[in-house]
Design a protein around this ligand. Structure first.
Ligand code: ADQ
Length: 463
């Protein structure tokens, strides 16, 4: 088996074998892949230095080697807070209104990718598989090729690929797409994203789609696949059975006091549809007085990307909205929304999911959404809760038996909550079983294998 080199913007060194603490599912899964292949995980340390030196901090924790570099403040501003999170993230989530196009961002983005490439090159050995992750790093493969790296190299995009005409609004869109042809395999979360990529290549570049997903433009080609990411299901089921999860579930039920709990868990991000979710829930309270004092929404939303203005704005509007709804409907014994701005360890989170009658996952756009899958995995098979899921989350392609809704419609959200609260046990079980079968079969190990098999299946590049 070839050694695997994984590259992502941030590197999360493993914190322990089980990974049931605060480490995310992706970190657990990538760690497992790296342990199997004695590979390296390369990326930004999250630290800022006065001047970029290219010094690599090599560490080995729980069988995984991480190699991290510090970035200059200007790099972080232009590459991370700038091009990645103020240009690409909003545009790729269909938020042209929030996308900022500043040439300094694009230059910083290229500079940092070039720096990553130059720093990484000496670590790469001839038989390694190189697997690069996400929108922070589109051009990295091209820079590595320019530096003479001929290894098999893949790229996986965790966020949606936008529709062809939307992508045209990105200055230098063609340059960005051309960099993808430096890879041997490019993976998308959904068939929908893959289709949008095909549209761009055929309509804008005059390319063709051939056998086995091979996309060709002139004399260059890349294999493009849909490869939906899953959760580490076995590990998550173990976390669900842990003492910490059971205790969290027990405490949550006690504090629910016989009321039905609706749970939302998301990074505080405008793409997650939190305002629309609150408005949908408010609609329910407006139209169904009998539910007052009978249900509550627990929204867990740890702040993220606080250096970016649009994130500060969404935080302020959610504070105001939750305050308004609670002010209008709360009484001395009941608060309709419990709004919590912090993260929880995975095992506690699993217990909280299990105590919830409804999982409310309503992003306006999402590459996949792992919370939807975690909610299903945490349920009691004999008495499962109901997942309400946005049709615009990548997960909706797989979890077709969730209650699929349009997250922009308060009515649809309110109606789905009512339906879920009243759903008979047999129907809940049938819907849960269909979702769970998918989550068990197409887990993160399946995802990793699907991608690395595709990568191992292509002939090594010849420069
Ligand atoms: P994210 O946008 O971060 O990921 P998501 O897929 O939902 O979104 O993953 C979030 C992870 O963070 C989940 O594992 C969740 O449990 C955890 N998390 C969220 N809030 C938490 C809290 N308060 N406490 C503890 N943990 C919390 C991006 C893309 C997604 C894609 C993933 C993986 O935007 O569409 O599914 O990458 O590819």
């Amino acid at each position: 088996m070839s050694r695997l080199i994984i590259v992502s913007n941030r590197v999360q060194p493993p914190t322990g074998e089980g990974g049931s603490g605060s480490q995310g599912g992706l970190a657990v899964a990538l760690s497992a892949a790296l342990r199997e292949s004695s590979g390296i995980w390369f990326g930004w340390s999250g630290e800022v230095t006065d001047q970029f030196t290219g010094h690599i901090n090599l560490q080995r924790n729980f069988g995984v080697t991480t190699a991290t570099v510090d970035l200059e403040e200007q790099d972080v501003d232009e590459y991370y807070n700038g091009y990645a999170n103020r240009t690409l993230w909003p545009l790729f989530h269909y938020r042209m209104d929030l996308a900022e196009f500043e040439s300094g961002f694009a230059e910083g983005y290229e500079r940092v990718n070039q720096r990553f490439a130059e720093t990484l090159e000496p670590l790469i050995e001839s038989d390694d598989l190189v697997w690069i992750h996400d929108y922070h790093m589109f051009p990295l493969g091209q820079y590595l090729r320019d530096g003479g790296i001929t290894n098999r190299m893949g790229f996986f995009l965790h966020i949606p690929w936008p529709p062809y005409r939307l992508l045209l609004s990105l200055p230098n869109h063609r340059q960005l797409v051309e960099t993808l042809f430096a890879y041997d395999v490019v993976g998308f979360q959904t068939i929908d994203s893959l289709g949008s990529f095909h549209d761009y290549v055929t309509q804008e570049m005059g390319g063709t789609i051939g056998e086995g997903g091979r996309v060709t433009v002139g004399d260059r080609s890349v294999v493009a696949i849909s490869c939906p990411i899953g959760i580490d299901t076995t590990n998550f089921l173990e976390a669900t059975e842990s003492a910490a999860a059971r205790y969290a579930c027990y405490r949550m039920r006690q504090s629910s006091n016989g009321r039905d709990m609706i749970i939302g868990v998301d990074r505080l991000d405008y793409s997650k549809g939190l305002e629309e979710r609150f408005l949908g829930y408010e609609r329910l309270l407006q139209t169904d007085e009998a539910l007052h004092g009978e249900v509550f929404l627990l929204q867990i939303a740890p702040p993220s990307r606080g250096d970016v203005q649009s994130y500060r704005e969404i935080r302020a509007s959610l504070d105001a909205l939750s305050g308004r709804i609670n002010g209008a409907y709360a009484d001395v014994e009941w608060v309709p929304i419990r709004y919590v701005n912090r993260g929880y360890p995975r095992d506690r989170l699993a217990g909280i999911y299990r105590a919830a009658k409804i999982g409310l996952v309503t992003p306006l756009r999402d590459g996949m959404n792992l919370v939807a899958k975690e909610y299903i995995a945490a349920q009691d098979p004999e008495n499962p809760g109901v997942l309400i899921l946005s049709r615009f989350a990548g997960a909706a392609e797989q979890l077709t038996q969730a209650l699929l809704i349009n997250p922009y419609s308060p009515e649809e959200i309110a109606d789905a909550i009512k339906l879920a609260l009243e759903m008979p046990l047999e129907e809940r079980k049938a819907r849960w079983r269909a979702c769970m079968d998918n989550i068990a079969a197409e887990d993160v190990l399946w995802w990793r294998k699907r991608f690395t098999d595709a990568l191992e299946g292509v002939a090594q590049s010849v420069g």
